[in-house]
Design a binder for this molecule. Structure first.
Ligand code: FUL
Length: 526
């Protein structure tokens, strides 16, 4: 229960001598305040009490909403990773930490080319590997000599992080930094001093480059059982980020965004953004306000099921913790000459879009710049064609030609207005199922379904199915799914019909559908 601060009561106490009418107003105000207090506040985190019934737990889960920064991030859909550094020059994926900075010389580096390439492909934010596991810093840090300062590039006066940040600002793109906790170069790695060293590096990145929208802490460490052991001071780093860059989401060893669990671009078919807090270090939550918890994942996030009823009913707490699906456009994270012919095709990228953004995730697609300091022509070409494909496929929402009715809801037509703030929902919170009936004026052929929930109400839908009326008037199943969340995309065998119906067959509370799309995507080669 929230308590009312004492000062508020003393303000009301001074009003005791008011006349009757004023007293009446006062009483109504108090009643309204009391109602507001007892209504469950919308938050991205909630504790489950031992006395909560299964029904109460479901209601709690259904009312968890993303924080402002999580919502902004989710709506980006497409973000780009730039893996760049000494590995680009050594042809490696993980450097040893003893590479000579003298080999770093991307003579024609053009960060604007990187940013414009991904912007034109529909991406909204980028993340640069400011420091990968080899410890080499792409900015002239004061913390170590293992940086661009000691490279021949721009005679040691270059700053890749700044060039990327400025290009992002110029082109109105989000900007993020990847800073690897695992550092194979730092002498102090494995001691308390390393946490101070890392904090200083983070502080430089958070204070010298304008707005930072995402900070990416990698969980990887290849030290092995006989290697150096470093206990990272994550809480100190989270605190610094919240203080210096309150709008930034912290991924993936962090509280705002979780790793989806794969590196192949595929999220789960059932992808809940509301998950039990058993996956986190709960002690960290206790130290913080429930409105803005910070914690790091401590448990396996690769399970098939992270947030089903079974999982949440036995949880101690629940949090909004959405999935980021990171994958590279090439086999490696860094650029390798011999992978120039293995750049993912536009069709493969579209498949990845379907299984990442289309499964309630944000796609973080890695596009590694080459040794010249440019995105290679092949990657540019495939990204352009990917964007053309996306634009073609989603150009016309055929559902807009239909009239939609439900027997127990309101706002049907707002599912077609392209505005994810307006939505359909059932008439009462206890109506957890519904059927949305779509009638078209003429025969219509479709083979892709797109659904979106209204995230600021919460993620609720647990099962849905799409049916069509065939020539003899029978209803036949087209496709089905479980979770929707931010967006669910499903491709199916083409159907031609004048009537379709979308059944929401299970939901944690009254379901919402913010957007409904039906598309004809033709036969895309795979
Ligand atoms: C992993 C790293 O080890 C890879 O090199 C890459 O940075 C990927 C995004 O995360 O954990």
């Amino acid at each position: 229960m929230m308590s009312v601060p004492d000062e508020n009561w003393s303000i009301f106490a001074t009003n005791r001598n008011f006349d009757l009418m004023k007293k009446g107003i006062l009483i109504s105000c108090l009643l309204m305040a009391a109602l507001a207090i007892t209504a469950q506040p919308k938050s991205n985190f909630i504790t489950i009490l031992p006395t909560d019934t299964p029904g109460e737990i479901l209601v709690k889960a259904a009312n968890i909403v993303p924080s402002e920064r999580q919502l902004r991030w989710q709506k980006l859909e497409l973000t780009a990773f730039f893996h760049f550094g000494l590995n680009t020059f050594t042809d490696r994926e993980w450097g040893e930490g003893n590479e000579d900075p003298a080999i770093f010389n991307p003579e024609t580096l053009d960060a604007e080319q990187w940013v414009v390439t991904v912007k034109e492909a529909g991406f909204k934010q980028v993340i640069i590997t400011a420091k990968h596991h080899d410890g080499f810093c792409l900015w002239p840090t004061n913390t170590t000599s293992h940086s661009v300062k000691n490279s021949p590039w721009k005679n040691g006066h270059g700053d890749v992080v700044r060039e990327v940040a400025e290009a992002c600002r110029k082109h109105n793109m989000g900007f993020g930094v990847y800073l690897s906790p695992w550092d194979r170069n730092a002498q102090s790695y494995g001691s308390d001093a390393y946490n101070d060293f890392f904090t200083r590096q983070l502080d430089e990145l958070l204070t010298q480059y304008g707005v930072v929208d995402e900070v990416w802490f990698d969980g990887a460490c290849g030290e092995g059982k006989d290697g150096k052991k470093q206990i990272y001071d994550f809480l100190r780093w989270y605190k610094l980020i919240r203080e210096k860059q309150p709008g930034a989401v912290i991924a993936v060893m962090g509280p705002d965004v979780r790793w989806v669990g794969t590196e192949n671009g595929r999220g789960r078919e059932t992808e809940w953004s509301v998950v039990p807090t058993d996956h986190f270090d709960l002690s960290a939550i206790a130290e913080n306000s429930q409105q803005d918890p910070v914690y790091k994942p401590v448990k396996d996030l690769m399970d098939d099921d992270l947030g089903s009823r079974v999982k949440i009913l036995s949880a101690k707490g629940l949090a909004w913790y959405p999935a980021e699906t990171a994958v590279s456009i090439r086999p490696g994270w860094f650029w390798h000459e011999n992978q120039n012919h293995q750049v993912k095709t536009p069709e493969e990228l579209f498949d990845i879009y379907m299984t990442s953004v289309g499964r309630n995730g944000v796609l973080l697609l890695n596009i590694p710049p080459d040794r010249r300091g440019l995105i290679h022509e092949r990657d540019v070409q495939n990204l352009k064609a990917f964007k053309t494909l996306l634009d073609q496929i989603f150009a016309v929402n055929l559902a807009k030609g239909s009239t939609i009715n439900s027997s127990n809801g309101k706002g049907e037509m707002s599912m077609l207005d392209g505005d994810d703030q307006t939505f359909f929902t059932t008439n009462s919170k206890d109506d957890t199922t519904t059927i949305l009936h779509l009638r078209f004026p003429e025969q219509t052929t479709v083979n892709l379904l797109s659904l979106q929930e209204h995230l600021t109400t919460g993620q609720r839908v647990e099962a849905f199915e799409l049916e069509y009326k065939d020539g003899s008037g029978d209803w036949k199943k087209v496709t089905e799914g479980t979770t929707i969340g931010y967006k669910r995309l499903i491709r199916f065998i083409p159907v031609t019909t004048r009537e379709l119906r979308l059944g929401i067959t299970s939901s944690r509370l009254n379901p919402t559908v913010a957007e409904l799309g039906l598309y004809w995507i033709g036969e895309i080669a795979r």
